[in-house]
Ligand binder design. Structure first.
Ligand SMILES: *Cc1c(COP(=O)(O)O)cnc(C)c1O
Ligand code: SF4
Length: 437
């Protein structure tokens, strides 16, 4: 038996695992080198045999969307119930991935369309996504960037990274840079250090966020060396991606603790996945586990319209029902924002139950989580003055020590403000308008 299978089996069997083997197991580079890509390896580790027709289907799926599982992540599978296991379902291919539904798209979020420079997606006014890596500790079967992750042709070269950095440098409105990928922590320490040094040196960049699934799929990647690199920079925030409480192991907890002790704020983005976490109780367990480990739940994503994800997509009603079961029922800071990342590059749109029942000019009618209907009285002498953006003459104390950035209101916010003349937003191809000619 090869070493990967031997160590993984030994680790899974809970027997005494020898110190030398343990040392290898906990070495993230050993884990990466021994990434599991073949069905036969999974069969041998889990001690199962797929039928010929199952194998045929799996191979067909792999030809479209390759598999990569770290031995660590595979070791979390419950071998007695692997078929219905939330870990297994996230890492092992299903032939259902080949069902391309008519609404599926290869780049539903238009990350490539909204790309003014290599590796950059610039969608929102003040922040960008910087795709710095194209590999991951594991290829999640539900990945939005399924077509790109692992595709050897799209590994960002140093040249294109430099062009990305150049774009950030030349675009002063960018105050927030999100390192994403693939997984940025699959890069070497030296590379990560270089990227952070370059980006944090840009004056107008106030915060760098890192999105990484390594605490979940490759917790050994969070080494003391890596943490000491991150610690050198002032304002690094980190978001990870736990989808089920079973992923919160001792190893994952230890990785999170290192990051937390280094003073790095930790957040989590989950994806709502059918058959994995689309249940109020499973979701609550996960959120509580996250809080227990110092991680603030940030987003709960509705699964995107990427190709091959149809079988993971839940009804939106399922998500809203889960949210209904959270607000008021558990700590407010344990509740993520449920969002749909709008196809076509519309960005994240929050969806939730409605709490505002009605309103008049002097009252709003609200309902709480218990169903109690209540009112809130508006201030009686409501002399809120309208804003003319003349901050210096305003009675509110805006701090003029911080440079006033060029203010440009857009979207719905623009409709709301008093100093703009626009009072409508009109779709580009309005039929009614075409008749006016
Ligand atoms: C998610 C995302 C961001 C960050 O959005 P936040 O709501 O600030 O977390 C930025 N750019 C793109 C393209 C994104 O998809
Ligand atoms: S870690 Fe993220 S980018 Fe990588 S495969 Fe998983 S979901 Fe996709």
């Amino acid at each position: 038996m090869n070493e990967k299978i031997c160590i993984t089996k030994e680790y899974m069997s809970n027997d005494h695992i020898s110190e030398t083997l343990m040392e290898k197991w906990c070495d993230w580079q050993w884990q990466v080198k021994n990434t599991i890509r073949k069905v036969e390896t999974v069969e041998m580790i889990l001690g199962i045999t797929f039928s010929d027709s199952q194998k045929f289907d799996i191979e067909r799926t792999l030809a479209q969307f390759p598999m990569a599982i770290s031995p660590y992540y595979l070791s979390l599978v419950d071998i007695h119930n692997y078929d219905n296991d939330p870990i297994f379902k996230q890492c092992f291919p299903s032939v259902l991935e080949l069902n391309i539904s008519p609404c599926d798209m290869s780049d539903p979020l238009h990350e490539e369309v909204d790309s003014p420079a290599p590796c950059i997606t610039h969608r929102y006014p003040d922040r960008v996504l910087f795709h710095v890596s194209n590999v991951c500790g594991m290829y999640c079967r539900h990945c939005t960037r399924k077509r790109k992750v692992g595709d050897l042709d799209s590994i960002p070269s140093k040249e294109s990274l430099l062009q990305g950095i150049e774009y950030i440098k030349n675009t002063p409105v960018i105050r927030d840079v999100l390192l994403s990928g693939g997984d940025p922590f699959l890069l070497s320490d030296t590379m990560i250090d270089w990227l952070l040094k370059e980006i944090t040196a840009i004056d107008h960049v106030e915060v760098v966020r890192i999105g990484t699934r390594t605490p979940v799929v490759l917790p050994f990647r969070i080494t003391d060396e890596l943490v000491s690199i991150l610690k050198k920079y002032d304002n690094i925030w980190l978001n990870t991606h736990f989808n089920h409480s079973r992923e919160m192991t001792t190893e994952a907890g230890a990785a999170l603790k290192k990051l937390k002790l280094a003073g790095i704020p930790l957040g989590n983005q989950s994806v709502l996945l059918k058959g994995i976490n689309d249940c109020t109780y499973i979701m609550k367990d996960l959120l509580h586990k996250l809080i227990l480990n110092g991680v603030r739940p940030y987003y709960l994503y509705q699964c995107d319209l990427s190709e091959g994800l149809e079988h993971f997509r839940t009804n939106i009603g399922t998500g809203i029902e889960i949210m209904e079961n959270l607000r008021g029922h558990t700590s407010g800071f344990a509740i993520p924002t449920y969002v749909i990342d709008a196809p076509g590059g519309g960005g994240k749109i929050p969806v939730m139950p409605n709490y505002l029942v009605s309103w008049s000019s002097n009252k709003v009618v609200l309902r709480n989580y218990e169903g109690v209907i209540t009112t809130y009285q508006m201030p009686i002498n409501d002399n809120t003055s309208s804003c003319d953006l003349n901050c210096e003459a305003c009675h509110l104390q805006r701090n003029h020590d911080t440079p006033c950035k060029q203010y440009q209101s857009i979207g719905i916010a623009k409709l709301l403000c008093d100093y703009e003349e626009d009072y409508t937003l009109i779709p580009e191809k309005l039929l009614r308008h075409s008749r006016r000619e």
